[in-house]
Structures are given as structure tokens and as C-alpha cells.
Ligand binder design. Sequence first.
Ligand SMILES: *Cc1c(COP(=O)(O)O)cnc(C)c1O
Length: 462
Amino acid sequence: MRYISTRGEAPALSFEEVVLTGMASDGGLYVPETIPTLSQAELEAMAGLSYAEIAFRVMKPFVGGEIDDATFQHLVEDAYATFSHEAVVPLNQLSSNHFLLELFHGPTLAFKDVALQLLGRILDHFLAKRGERAVIMGATSGDTGSAAIEGCRHCDNLDIFILHPHNRVSEVQRRQMTSVLADNVFNIAIEGDFDDAQAMVKASFADQGFLNGTRLVAVNSINWARIMAQVVYYVASAVALGAPRREVSFCVPSANFGNVFAGYVAHRMGLPVKQFVVATNANDILHRTLADNDFSKQALKATLAPSMDIVVSSNFERLLFEAYDRDGDAVRDLLERFQHEPAVLAEAPLARLREKFVSHSVDDDTILEVIRDAHGRTKEVLDPHTATGYRAAERVRADISTPMITLATAHPAKFADAVIKAGFESVPLPAHMTDLLEREERYTVLPAELEAVQAFVAEQRR
Ligand SMILES: *Cc1c(COP(=O)(O)O)cnc(C)c1O
């Protein structure tokens, strides 16, 4: 399997290269040269299989033989054995024909574990094969760093450095990162804010001289392997509800669009999907684009669903590439314009998107109302991200006869502040995490200075 850039100029890469590379050299994102298909019979044969077995079958064509089957099967089984639910991603019926797909049973209680548990293992496999080591750097405002750390903690050939703003991360979220005491995990508390941390990570990727030739790898959602891993749960949940003979719809709390793009890939592979509902918080660029053709940046708003606080949706470019019939020049023109001024999509691509995608934006007051309302009706406590999805699904679904699967992207205990604000007394952590607040922590406080951070990384990496 070859991978090509959405901007049409970077060289085509193999799966191994694309996993190690991240962003394409022309500024674009890598996508498969052709999207593989699953036949009706192949989908039917998945009914009743374990999640790991479905995962192996769905992802195999993307790996394209670059990892032998037995090894890949082992990596997949190992990745999903870390989940605390036997079904890995169980479906929970909320009301007539509305289901929650619980993606939060991984080590850090949010859906990013699904992709990062596997990505860490795939990276480690390729690095071992090449006899190389790599460094991962990332910045987090608290919610997503732990998933990257948990995904890499057992990787012999990776050292991971995650920067978070000192004293500006909730205790649960900090401890989810700092209580991982593995030798290859380095938490850096920056004396500054998230933007300072993010800027230093970006600068380190732009000029990697401080690592003396060691590869720096990005594990953010532009990495193709993350999309690939997320395709699986769309297939698995739809099959559980009767696909391919029965069509389903999905509602996805969205920010960088990696998650819902994976659903689109599942559909293109042959999964019958009637509708994708894109739910946003008040940072609504996706909703403005799909509903009003207003493809423009707006100032960042801090919301109760912080993992969806974005200005630009990085992975939307991958969908634009498909909407523009894989015309890399058109995508590059559009995105270059968008960098500097409000842009609009051309008529035909927009019409194509609207055939499958609808959207809805949910503000903070509504998130609180939805958490209360959903609990009243279903006894489920939703996390604030899932709440945007629940509301969007109910508001804009095309019909009631098609099963709607809303993706539950986080466990409510991970975002307890919002749930308490909605009127709940407390949200207990799941049983295997009740001792989190007593666990030993390890982190290093550093000033918000690039030289200090880079010197620390260069010195500590193994
Ligand atoms: C990352 C995240 C999202 C947004 O996912 P995208 O792939 O960026 O669209 C939604 N909810 C939670 C809890 C997240 O961590």
C-alpha cells in the first residue's frame, strides 16, 4: 500500500514510512493511494468476532504486508488487552434506535487510547526492525497527553516527552500522566501556559538539530495509523447492529476531524452509512463550514469540552481531498487562502459533503442541560464531549428508523468538573483507578525556554 499527500507534491510513501513521518513535506497529510474495500461477504463474516480479530481484518490492507500477519495480529491483541471491558468498545442502547459506542474503556478513559495503544506498538515494531530509536514530543493542556504516554510506556525504542502547563492542569489529568513511572516517560511541567508549551514543541519539530540525528516522531492525529485504528470501531459497531444488511448512522463529537474522517473511510471501504452527524462545541468551524460554507478561523473559546477546543480542524483536509476528487492543487489553493482570509468551498465539493455529513454546534449552557436531561431520561452520565454528540444526534438525525450510534469519546470522571457543574455531586473513577490520587508522581518543572527544554530532552533520552 502506497500513501500520497493531499497537496499532491510530496513523494509517495510506504506504510512504514508514513507512520514514522507524520506531516508530508509539502504541508499536506498522507492518505492511502487507493481506499481498500471490504466485500459484503467479508463484512458479514465479521459478525460475532472479537474486537481484535475485526481490527486485524479491517487494518490488514492498510498495512499492506509490511508487518507479517502473525506479528500484526499480536500487536493488535496486545493493544486491546489494555482495555478494561471485554468488548473493548461496548455498545450501550440509550433509547429506541439510539446507541452509545463507549470508546472510553482504555487506560486513560478517552477514545484516543484506541489509536494510541496500537500506534505505540507499531512504531516500536518498526524502530526495532530498523535498529533505530526515536523521540516523541507533544504538548497537552491536560486531557490528551496521558493517552500518548500510556501508548508508549512499554516501548523499548521510544522516549516520550510531554509538556504540560505547570499548575494549570486538573489533578486527575496531571496524575494520569505523572504517575506513569516508566524509564522512557518524561513529564515536563512548563512555567507558562499551553501555548508556550505548544510553541516549543513546534519549534523542536521545525529544527531537530538538538537531537543529533535521532528521529522526532509526532503521534498527533495527522499520523495515518491513528485514523486507521479508528476505522475499526465504526465497522465493529455497525456489524454488531446488523451491517452490512442494515444501514446505520454515526454522530461524532469532533474537533480535528480525525475521528469522523475514520468513519468516512469505513464507509468508503464498503460499510453502509446513511449519515455522519458532526457535533462541535462553541468552536464550530466544522459546523459553519458544512452548514453555511463559512470556512474561516475564529478566536479560540475555552469550553466545558476542552478536548474539542480548536481553531482549525487539521484532518478536515483529508476529507476536502476526497470532496475535491483528489485534486491536490485545488486543496493546496483552498488551504493557502484559508490561512490568510475567510474561504469558501466550491459548490460541487460542498454538495458532495452534504450528501453524507450534517452538523450541529452545542454551547456550554446546552452541554450542562444535556448532561442533566440525558441522565433524567437514560440514567447515563455523559461526559461533556459526548453530550455535544447526544444533542446533535437528537437534533439533526435524518430519520428514526436508522440506528444512530453516538460515539462516547470520554468517561465522565475524566471531565468531572463539567459534570459537577451540571449538578452532580461527584463522578467516581472506575474501580481500577480509584487509587490514582495516592500514586507516586514524577515530573520535572522547567522554565518556558526552548533551550532549557531541548537540553533536557537531549540529555534525558536514552
Ligand atoms: C480528541 C477528542 C475529541 C475530538 O476528536 P477529533 O478526532 O479531534 O475530532 C472529542 N472528544 C474527546 C474526549 C477527545 O479527547
